[in-house]
Design a protein around this ligand. Sequence first.
Ligand SMILES: [Zn+2]
Length: 467
Amino acid sequence: MFRVSGAAIHSAQMTIRIYNTLAREKQALEPVTPGRVGMYVCGPTVYDYAHIGNARPVIVFDVLYRLLRREFGAGNVKYVRNITDVDDKIIAAADESGEEIASITARTTEAFQADMAALGALPPDEEPRATGHIPEMIALTEDLIAKGHAYEADGHVLFDVSSMADYGRLSRHSQDELIAGSRVEVAPYKRNPTDFVLWKPSTGAQPGWDSPWGFGRPGWHLECSAMSEKHLGINFDIHGGGQDLIFPHHENEIAQSICSHGAGTFAKYWMHNGHLQVEGGKMSKSLGDFIAVHDLLKAHHGETIRLAMLMTHYRRPINWTADGLAQAKSQLDGWYGALRAAGEGDADASSALVEALSDDLNTPLAISALHEAAGAVNKSGTTGGAGALQSGAGLLGLLQLDPDDWFKWQPEGTVGLADGDVDALIEERDAARAGRNFTRADEIRDRLAEAGILLEDGAQGTTWKRG
Ligand SMILES: [Zn+2]
């Protein structure tokens, strides 16, 4: 019933400005290849359900993806988000549960994809798996050894950090600071404490592949350098992830890729989303506030979770609260109510909303533009306003449902009337009213109210929602 048709009719391309962590300032997005954009975002390590902190980069970069597709055309944007399916955390999970690694990674990948789809995130254009790119990782490691940036020691291959003069330029840590701050792991086979693993030996049941350095597996940082190169080339535009990945993960990706391909290669813009706290504290499994998206989706619609996330600007820390979710739910009720009253329209998103998103993804400002659009719809009741509201919300991945479906949605485990029963009772009530049997009509209304169903009698008949 509701379609976003406005996206096709927008006029001139708007300059998108994004905060580049590498430069510590907002910069205009000027793609390496004019008119085309490549974006790589670090994806999940698949050993457990995604928690709400994992969902933040997925939602944030999905909004950017939607904006880029609007501005450059869907066919000119390539979004790559990897799946890390070989990692020590996965091995530990298998050891603990006795479940086969292949089963853990397949099951968890599927759950991740389903959860992110329920949050309204579009699938990326490519979703490469680390285990599908082992030859590329071995080739990159061989190249780094040949160029004097890596060495073999004790079955391991390590990146020689001292071989890169400007190592640390993303995180702006000097090597001395890193050692003093104990942010690096000391190991006997390392020449320097800051050196990091490209390849390590596998024993027993650990997953591994034959390599010039024996049976082993890749380090995590190497995976992203190899997969981004394979799918986006040695020069691409945007690399994203959470702030916690700046060091060591992204710093080491830069070291590997630039030392292999030369200065000026790899990602041009680095974008990082802020941390997530739950009710004012750091989320941790041991404190029992580890919120799996899978569980959250049973109690809240994906759009509610998504809006609650986007109410905070992506670079700021977010405090995840029950209040925030309730606020998001009531805002969506208001917007869907406006859409339901006004009917379908096909106007484009407001320029205020597009400008807000184009300014380093200012989602709080974009949300106020949606409030204004909804206010205009409520005032005028025109379909044009509804189109602008819906098209603008579409850029945020919101208002993607038919309003009737939104109001019928209920949390899992709710005991109540099925949709069909409600419709049948409303029909019976209509018939009673038509026959001027108002006592019966009121009985039905009361029975529905007891079941939490609210009726709204309007010009086009009776609509209902779950209260
Ligand atoms: Zn990565």
